[in-house]
Ligand binder design. Structure first.
Ligand SMILES: Cc1cc2nc3c(=O)[nH]c(=O)nc-3n(C[C@H](O)[C@H](O)[C@H](O)COP(=O)(O)OP(=O)(O)OC[C@H]3O[C@@H](n4cnc5c(N)ncnc54)[C@H](O)[C@@H]3O)c2cc1C
Length: 482
């Protein structure tokens, strides 16, 4: 019988925590994942550019460079194993002035030093041949065919589901309030009780500095750096086929124009330091920057097709690099802190690294019965007519379309609720199925989806939240005193 409740406690259910949990579940270790909100993928991992970066941007020798390239290389097989969409659509970094060519060359050299394959500098005519809507002002571009696009929700949730199937316990609504160092392990005080663990993984995103500082004297500090986006309808999704960057500046990679894996067009992000780690409010000024700067890269963007805007917050650590590995003065406490961009790309490789470190320390064997694959929710709109008919014969719920914009059926919503680490909120269903993500943004299908979710969860419609408690969509008694 172990002295600890768990061998490993992972703090944070973003893409990094879920990757670490999945990789840890390959070993004979008891693992729990503690997430303060009602669901996984509800922090930075839900609001980013969704680019699988090639790896030419990070300074050679940094953790960012190392994990970016490794994560990029892993993504193809991982997507197949987890049945999630991923495409190497390639990326272009545009240069608009002859005197900026040095900047492009520097990125090329960095990419080569980082081990990025197949990089090329293209001249204006070659760029316009690849992407006819790129601005005529372009002079040259860095082309990285290994760059890709992924769905950040599906990546994170698929890793969580697979980790759960392999024995990881997911404890949601379980924020860690404090951590006490024991002689040979840690006691974690959470919003729903205490637990002990021999090892801890800190994957708390923008809060990773605060979690680290609970056990270490070598303090970290994250600056929340917000980025706003505009998302355009699928009608505009084919406007460009590559991810179009501008030469990066002090605050990052600048405004991009990119197709998403689900066929929308994404413009953004800005980069503005904010005080509040929860500040995900878009502003008119930032959105107008997104519009004006995206127009520099690509001509004639159909801005009248914007269907929504959103923002995400980067965890920018003062050291300007990922902090990954065992804390110097806290044995058994492993950080994945300050994971800003390219964190989504890097997460699978960070997960492998942390799991290997912990397994070696714990002398844990690999499991013989690890399930490496996972099957996603059947996607009606990816099926042939015959496949649909067959599915509907077996599961008639798949014959009722709820979200007409995205073609999402009642069956998909029901499955989202009942899968491992299933959805418990409207946002949870949306991220697992895309219900409400189309042109009408849930304007038509929300009531029907709520009805199904309430029925499947066995609760009243008034109890259904958008995300966390307090975000109920309906008001009891119509909000009036009886
Ligand atoms: C604008 C923007 C654009 C980006 N674009 C890209 C891109 O294109 N490609 C790329 O590779 N990367 C990109 N990134 C970076 C990437 O999104 C992040 O690096 C990644 O999502 C971080 O994942 P995470 O798991 O560390 O953090 P999160 O996803 O934030 O997860 C941390 C989790 O920890 C939980 N938590 C916090 N405190 C506690 C606590 N006390 N107890 C329990 N749980 C807690 C949170 O609720 C959260 O769910 C971008 C980021 C931003 C903001």
């Amino acid at each position: 019988m172990s002295r600890w409740d768990y061998d490993v406690a992972v703090i944070g259910g973003g893409v990094v925590g879920c990757a670490a949990a999945r990789e840890l579940s390959r070993y004979e270790l008891s693992v729990c994942l503690l997430e303060k909100t009602e669901d996984v993928c509800s922090g930075t991992s839900k609001a980013n550019s969704a680019i699988v970066h090639a790896g030419f941007d990070a300074v050679p020798g940094t953790r960012k460079a190392e994990f970016n390239v490794k994560g990029n290389e892993m993504m193809g097989d991982l997507a197949k194993d987890l049945d999630i969409p991923f495409k190497r659509n390639g990326s272009l970094v545009l240069c608009f002035a002859e005197e900026d060519r040095d900047g492009l060359q520097m990125l090329y050299d960095r990419g080569i030093a980082n081990g990025v394959k197949d990089l090329k500098i293209l001249e204006k005519n070659q760029v316009l041949e690849l992407e006819p809507h790129v601005s005529d002002q372009v002079v040259a571009a860095l082309y990285a065919p290994t760059g890709g696009i992924v769905c950040p929700f599906e990546l994170t949730i698929a890793m969580a589901e697979n980790a759960c199937e392999n024995g990881v316990e997911f404890k949601r609504n379980t924020g860690v309030r404090s951590i006490e160092k024991l002689e040979d392990g840690y006691r974690l005080v959470t919003e729903s009780g205490e637990l002990t663990a021999h090892y801890v993984v800190n994957a708390a995103g923008v809060y990773s500095d605060e979690i680290h500082n609970m056990v270490s004297e070598k303090k970290l500090h994250n600056t929340p750096r917000k980025g706003d986006y505009c998302l355009l309808d699928q009608a505009a999704g084919g406007y460009v086929s590559h991810t179009i960057f501008q030469l990066p500046g002090k605050y990052g990679k600048g405004i991009l124009v990119s197709p998403t894996i689900h066929g929308n067009l994404l413009l953004g992000p800005t980069a503005v330091d904010v005080e509040d780690k929860e500040n995900t409010a878009t502003t008119a000024k930032e959105l107008s920057d997104v519009i004006s700067k995206s127009a520099v890269s690509v001509k004639g963007i159909p801005y009248n097709q914007v269907i929504t805007s959103f923002s995400g917050v980067r965890a920018h650590e003062d050291g300007d690099d990922f902090v990954i590995g065992e804390a110097e003065d806290a044995e058994g406490f492993f950080d994945a802190a300050g994971i800003e961009s390219p964190g989504l790309t890097s997460a699978p490789a960070i997960g492998v690294y942390l799991a290997e470190q912990i397994a070696a320390k714990a002398s844990a064997e690999r499991k013989k019965n690890f399930i490496s694959t996972r099957k996603g929710i059947p996607r009606l709109n990816h099926m042939s007519f015959e496949e649909r008919a067959e599915l509907i014969r077996k599961r008639p719920e798949y014959g009722t379309i709820v979200c007409r914009c995205e073609g999402i059926s009642e069956g998909e919503i029901m499955d989202a609720v009942h899968r491992p680490v299933g959805a418990v909120s409207m946002d949870g269903v949306k991220r697992r199925t895309r219900q409400g993500m189309g042109r009408c943004q849930g304007g038509f299908c929300t009531p029907k989806a709520m009805e199904i979710i309430a029925r499947e969860l066995g609760c009243a419609m008034e109890d259904i939240c958008k995300n966390q408690p307090g975000s109920e969509l309906l008001v009891k008694n119509g909000g009036m005193e009886a």
